[in-house]
Structure formats: structure tokens, C-alpha cells
Design a protein around this ligand. Structure first.
Ligand code: ADP
Ligand code: MG
Length: 269
């Protein structure tokens, strides 16, 4: 019921792998939505080259939530950008629903980022001269949705995220936590299949950050979007089902949380 917009994105195709996910959401396919294989990313040339990714394999299932942790410089942001098709890997491949991103034209990849992916960054990156509503509806209009529909979707999402009465405010008139909710509304308004978040609470205090995270994790869970979140904070990672720990461009360890640690779905419906 939340997948209301993104007119050009076809609904999730029925696949052979639509069996119940562990934990029993019958609508959730268990086949990975994103699959990364032997990703290597090198910046620079020869003697000055930095190997930011050094052979990363990763599967992200539909509706799963994954935290990518590790010390500064270990390659977290690079991995997020390669998974999202923002950066091309030096070698290796990323598949989205079985399609290798490298086989797509730049135009198609850009469209896919607009229509299938949502992004939340550390400082929100809202456009300061636009209102909250305009910030949320603009990407929908760029993706081809009519202004009327985009505005309706944007208003719905702002309200869902507790921003009633704040649609006309500009980012400078919002608190940090409210601005991040606008960024989350913007990420989710396009009914993405994957939401990517890079240190989404890095600029917030602990309490505000935790509230924003709960909103983000619940919104993804309710819509069935997968969440891929970079953080260096273990309490932030705790809203995700899975955590991978990176070091020097590799995944060193992986943890999976029991199902009951998931955010409560549907409570605020
Ligand atoms: P993290 O997000 O974990 O802090 P990054 O993915 O940003 O790590 O960076 C991984 C490594 O790649 C670091 O050594 C960083 O200095 C280097 N790096 C990141 N972006 C670039 C770039 N555009 N050009 C050159 N080196 C880069
Ligand atoms: Mg980073």
C-alpha cells in the first residue's frame, strides 16, 4: 500500500524465489535484490593507487537491512557508492535483480538511481532555498511524476514521518532531526527497492539520532525496501538485521541479529 508512485518502475516481478523469507513475510522474496561479486575499487594510478575495495562479496535480500561498519578510511562509502551505481568498480560486478549495473548505459543507470534507489546522507543535503515539500517532490518530478502526484506523495510522506505543519518550512527553519526526516521522506517517496544511507545520524545528538534511525528503519521495513547503512557506531547498526565489519577494503566479519530485534512493523499505521 505504500508503493504508490514511481510510474515507470515495474512492480516487483514474480520470481521463482518468492517463498517466505525467514521470519514469515510471505510477500518478501528471498532472492537477493543486490548482489556484489569480487568488487575491487582502486583510486589513482600505479604508485599512488589506493585500493579502497579489495574483493568484496555481498548479497542484500529484499527488505533486509544491512549495516556496514568499520574504521574511517576502510572503504565503507566507496562500497555504498559502488553498490548504488554511483561509482564504477575497477573490477567485479554489482547485479540489481539479476541485471549487471555495468551493462546499463549511463542514462539508464541514472534513471535506476532515481527510480529504484533512495539516498540519505549525513547532513541531509536538502536544497536550502526549497521548502520541505519541494525538497521531497523535486526528485519525483525529475523522475517523470506529475507535480500534482509528486506533491501528494511528498505530503503523505512528510506526514508519515511526523512533519505535519512543516511542509512549507525551509531547511534553515528545521532542527537537525526534522531535516533528516525530510531527507528520509525524500528517499522513500519514490518507492525505492533499496535505501542507501551514509552515516545518516552522524550530525545529530544521540537521542535525536536514535529517533531518526527508528523512523528510517521502520519506514524501510513497512515499505519492503532494503536498507544499506554505513555507520561507525554500533548502537546505530543495531537497528539493522545484519552487520558487516570492514577493514582495509574487505569484509572481515558478518553478524546477523535475531528476527525479534527488527523494528516493530505496522505499529503506527
Ligand atoms: P570510509 O567511508 O570507510 O571512511 P572511503 O570509502 O571514503 O572510506 O575511503 C576508502 C579509502 O579510499 C581511503 O583510503 C580514502 O582515502 C580513499 N579514497 C576515497 N575516495 C577517494 C577519491 N575520490 N580519490 C582517492 N582516494 C579516495
Ligand atoms: Mg565514509
Amino acid at each position: 500500500m505504500f508503493r504508490t508512485s514511481a510510474p515507470t518502475a515495474p512492480p516487483t516481478p514474480p520470481t521463482a524465489a518468492t517463498a517466505s523469507a525467514p521470519g514469515g513475510r510471505p510477500d518478501v522474496a528471498v532472492a537477493p535484490v543486490l548482489r556484489a561479486r569480487r568488487l575491487v575499487k582502486t583510486y589513482g594510478e600505479q604508485s599512488t593507487a589506493t585500493r579502497a575495495l579489495d574483493g568484496v562479496d555481498l548479497d542484500i535480500a529484499r527488505a533486509d537491512s544491512l549495516a556496514i561498519m568499520g574504521p574511517s578510511g576502510c572503504g565503507k562509502t566507496t562500497l555504498l557508492h559502488v553498490l548504488a551505481g554511483i561509482l564504477q568498480p575497477s573490477s567485479g560486478a554489482v547485479d540489481l535483480d539479476g541485471t549487471d549495473l555495468a551493462t546499463l548505459s549511463d542514462r539508464r543507470r541514472t534513471r535506476l538511481r532515481r527510480e529504484d534507489f533512495g539516498f540519505v546522507f549525513q547532513d541531509g543535503q536538502l536544497l536550502p532555498e526549497l521548502t520541505a515539500l519541494e525538497n521531497v517532490l523535486l526528485p519525483r518530478m525529475l523522475a517523470g511524476t506529475s507535480r500534482k502526484q509528486a506533491a501528494a506523495d511528498a505530503a503523505l510522506w512528510l506526514d508519515r514521518l511526523g512533519l505535519q505543519g512543516m511542509h512549507a518550512r525551509r531547511p534553515g527553519q528545521l532542527s537537525g532531526g526534522q531535516a533528516q526526516r525530510v531527507a528520509i521522506a525524500r528517499a522513500l517517496a519514490g518507492a525505492p527497492s533499496v535505501v542507501f544511507a551514509d552515516e545518516p545520524t552522524g550530525a545529530l545528538d544521540q537521542t535525536t539520532g536514535q529517533a531518526v534511525l527508528d523512523v528510517l528503519a521502520q519506514a524501510c521495513h513497512r515499505t519492503g525496501a532494503s536498507l544499506v547503512m554505513v555507520t561507525h557506531d554500533a548502537s546505530v547498526a543495531a537497528v539493522c538485521n545484519r552487520t558487516v565489519a570492514m577493514r582495509d577494503g574487505r569484509i572481515e566479519q558478518e553478524f546477523r541479529r535475531p528476527q525479534q530485534a527488527r523494528p516493530q512493523a505496522g505499529g503506527a499505521r
